[in-house]
Ligand binder design. Structure first.
Ligand SMILES: [Zn+2]
Length: 174
């Protein structure tokens, strides 16, 4: 049995108490993420262990977010499941100037006001980062010719905006 995850958290207090949050978070509670999915009926398994770094005195959380995201393949436009297992260590800092002093195993989590933190927004950010820029099936879901034709078009667009094109345009002005 999983406990119910809180909607809002005070991460500094959780760290001080060394608490662990674990439970299931429905995908549909994360609106920005839902928009990237073709079906938001699933959930993500969440485990967040809060603590204070004994050496640095920095409050942090070790997060583990496991789910299978229903994405759409950019190559064939068919649904595909994308397995996600995010492991992250976020150190809480009260302003951006403190980021430099963090040990390198931590990502900075800047919390610069007293507003309550929406738990799902942290998880949502990490999941969105884990989604590939161009999701596509691992197997070749379309015949190679169809896919290569697509790539050639992309190359053309790139050539038009290349720095050399800009340079020659400048030169011709002289
Ligand atoms: Zn595909």
């Amino acid at each position: 049995m999983h406990q119910k995850l809180p909607i809002e958290i005070d991460p500094f207090r959780l760290a001080k108490s060394g608490l662990i949050l674990e439970g299931e978070l429905p995908l549909k509670t994360m609106r920005r993420l839902s928009e990237m999915l073709h079906d938001d009926g699933g959930s993500v398994h969440v485990k967040m262990s809060f603590d204070v770094d004994k050496v640095l005195g920095t409050p942090y959380v070790n997060g583990e977010f496991i789910t299978s995201l229903p994405l759409v393949c950019e190559r064939c436009s068919e649904p595909m499941q994308y397995e996600v297992n995010v492991q992250c260590s976020l150190a809480m800092v009260s302003n951006e100037r403190k980021i430099e002093s963090l040990a390198e195993q931590y990502e900075p989590w800047v919390i610069d006001n007293d507003d309550p933190i929406i738990l799902s927004s942290i998880i949502e950010d990490e999941l969105i980062l884990a989604i590939p820029l161009i999701p596509k099936h691992e197997h070749s879901c379309l015949p190679a010719e169809a896919w290569f034709a697509g790539e050639e078009i992309e190359e053309d667009v790139e050539r038009k905006s290349s720095p050399f094109a800009v340079l020659s345009a400048l030169k011709s002005k002289d």
